[in-house]
Design a protein around this ligand. Structure first.
Ligand code: UTP
Length: 469
């Protein structure tokens, strides 16, 4: 078979003819696949991104946003006194009421490549339960199910996948009977991918002789992907007006957190985001800040070590508010953005990308050799009329699985789950003996107060156990 003439012309125009260098060595199926990949490339967009990269290399990183930043101003911190504790309690009640109206949906972003973890399947399939080995998908889905039961309403789950994760994720949910959520309440939508580019030229990289190296377009791709796959229509039909957004890598995130939802509603916010205090100024974590009255995120790579330690006039750290990537959006805000023909900016990542060279040899680089382009969801923040930052309890709510070992690894996340379970049991009047692991299914208890109603007072756990329904 021959490559479609129009596409050939495009490859010539954009200097990408090397993509079909091995065409004659491919079988028909491989040729079809490569042709399809070529057809999917938005060459105009790609060229714009390459130009943007080259301009940046010439002129440096541009405006130093860190210098203009101050701590977030639209902020609700963890309660320090009775009045603030009452505000949280009221917010929690209001959030639960909002959930009961059926106006809340949940978005799970699960399209990432999880390259740091180095797990051979979508990250959501990682067995994280300290006793049960339940997967991240199961723990998060069970939380959503428990929340639905608490609110007595089915909360739809919008699960974003990518080219790589779509099939295994949908099969996994089906095989596990949608973790009890009901097939009719789980909507999968696939984000777009972009080709990877050689770091020192404009050449698109081939991962195999007949395959273009691509990567998902970042969690910011959620917005366009929701639109492309008709998810806003589904939301409208189901009466969903607010979207709780969370990542697949944090098993201790409070899914559809009533406090966050309640505050979001109270402040009439378009985009509410949960932060936690950074462990130390130089911790590699994006931070929420205020710049010219806008709420924005500054990535850790944008902060010099001097900036990271900057204090405000009152002597407090400016860059303390670590981004947990747990958000609530107003649906109408996202739809407004998209009808304005809006696109989030693309960020350029410099990564090690395996590829075949011009001789057809597979190269596994030892240092970054190529570029990937990604959009970040938090770049929507400056476009809000009202944005709100809410502080959460780091130990309780933020224990992600990012790396294979060390910080933010399965080991630290499991340890946190065990610690939380022991604390809840103690609060409920029970006891966990030293060295014993207890795992609490979200269906058994969603929090310490919930657990108290389970009558475990006086119980002592002397062997590994799972509290399950
Ligand atoms: P990370 O930024 O931690 O990336 O994603 P990652 O791909 O999971 O892991 P690394 O960087 O390759 O090691 C944070 C969250 O955003 C989702 C991920 O699935 C995770 O839930 N995500 C990220 C997407 O859904 N799509 C993307 O393109 C990128």
């Amino acid at each position: 078979m021959k490559l479609n003439e129009q596409r050939l012309e495009l490859l010539r125009t954009y200097g990408q003819e090397h993509l079909i260098k091995f065409w004659d060595e491919l079988n028909e199926k491989q040729q079809c696949n490569l042709q399809r990949q070529i057809e999917e490339i938005d060459f105009t967009l790609l060229q714009r991104l390459i130009d943007q990269r080259d301009r940046k290399v010439k002129s440096g990183t541009g405006v130093d946003r860190a210098k203009l930043a101050q701590s977030p101003t639209q902020l609700v911190r963890l309660p320090q006194n009775d009045a603030e504790r009452v505000e949280r309690e009221n917010a929690k009640r209001a959030g639960l009421e909002l959930l009961k109206t059926g106006k809340v949906g949940a978005i799970l972003v699960a399209g990432g490549q999880g390259s740091r973890l180095g797990f051979d399947h979508p990250k959501g399939m990682y067995p994280i339960g300290p006793v049960s080995q339940r997967t991240l998908f199961q723990i998060l889905s069970e939380q959503l199910l428990a929340r639905s039961q608490q609110a007595r309403v089915a909360i739809p789950y919008f699960v974003m996948t990518s080219e790589e994760t779509h099939l295994p994720t949908t099969i996994f949910f089906r095989e596990h009977d949608y973790f009890g959520l009901g097939e009719e309440n789980v909507y999968f939508f696939q984000q777009a991918s972009l080709p990877a580019i050689d770091g020192s030229s404009s050449a698109i990289l081939l991962s195999e002789k007949g395959r273009i190296s691509t990567s998902p377009d970042g969690h910011g791709g959620t917005l366009q992907a929701l639109q492309k796959h008709g998810m806003f229509e589904v939301m409208k039909e189901r009466g969903v007006e607010h979207l709780f957004y969370h990542q697949v890598d944090n098993p201790t995130a409070i899914v559809c957190d009533p406090v966050l939802l309640g505050l979001h509603e109270k402040y009439e916010s378009d985009f509410t985001t949960k932060v936690v205090a950074k462990a130390r100024p130089e911790e590699k974590m994006g931070v929420l800040v205020s710049i010219d009255c806008n709420t924005e995120v500054i990535e850790y790579s944008e902060l010099s070590s001097e900036d990271a330690y900057r204090k405000d006039a009152a002597g407090n750290d400016v860059f303390w508010a670590g981004n947990t990537a747990t958000h609530v959006f107003r649906r109408s805000f996202v739809e407004r953005l998209l009808t304005e023909d809006f696109s989030l900016p693309f960020h350029i990542a410099h990564k090690k990308i395996a590829h075949v060279d011009s001789e057809g040899t597979l190269i596994e680089p030892e240092s970054p050799n190529g570029n990937k382009f990604e959009q970040f969801i938090f770049d929507a923040l400056p476009h809000t009329k009202v944005a709100l930052v809410v502080e959460g309890d780091r130990d309780r709510e933020f224990n992600p699985v990012k790396n294979a070992e060390g910080s933010d690894s399965p080991e630290t996340s499991r340890a946190a789950m065990q610690r939380i379970a022991s604390e809840w049991i103690q609060f409920a009047g029970g006891n966990v003996e030293d060295g014993v692991k207890v795992e609490i299914s979200p269906l058994y208890a969603l929090d310490d107060i919930d657990l108290k109603s389970r009558q475990i007072e006086g119980q002592s756990f002397s062997e590994d156990s799972i509290l399950n329904m």
